[in-house]
Write a new protein. Structure first.
Length: 162
């Protein structure tokens, strides 16, 4: 596996989907949770998605229940809460593990490509990975980095291909 587009993930309904579908787009990959103190970031993520989707940005949300059980909902319930409470229209995927030996292969790759400050492990919900149009992980942002702070980095990547 050389880049993000080589991976397949599961939709909330459990269907396999290749990330190759997003080849040529800038991706913002985020591990999410609906019961977290950082959950209001869904709104900022959706705003970025809406503002830049025509230029090639796609936000991808991967719910995880690994941090104090803050994503206890089923995939269907989680999707509904995100749509109703936060207006989310960007793609959400099946609940995954982001840490440990049974972490999703995509997240193993993301963490290998961009380690955190002290280790490669995901520290909390809403860790964000920015991926360029070739599927290379170019940046990792902490959970506390609000989506609005990523805008300059996103615009820079979107403009690289114009």
């Amino acid at each position: 596996m050389k880049n993000v587009f080589d991976f397949s993930v599961k939709t909330p309904r459990g269907n396999e989907m290749s990330l190759e579908k997003y080849k040529g787009n800038v991706l913002l990959i985020v591990n999410t949770a609906t019961k977290c103190g950082l959950t209001p970031q869904f709104t900022g993520l959706e705003e970025l998605h809406q503002k830049y989707k025509e230029e090639g940005l796609v936000v991808l949300g991967f719910p995880s229940n690994q941090f104090m059980n803050q994503e206890p909902l089923s995939n269907d319930e989680m999707e509904e809460v995100c749509k109703v409470n936060h207006g989310v229209t960007f793609p959400l995927f099946s609940k995954i593990k982001v840490n440990g030996s049974d972490a999703d292969p995509l997240y193993k790759h993301l963490k290998k490509e961009k380690k955190g400050i002290l280790s490669s492990e995901i520290k909390w919900n809403f860790t964000k990975f920015l991926v360029n149009q070739e599927g290379e992980v170019v940046e990792r942002f902490s959970p506390q980095t609000v989506p609005e702070k990523l805008e300059d980095d996103i615009v820079k990547l979107l403009n690289e291909k114009k």
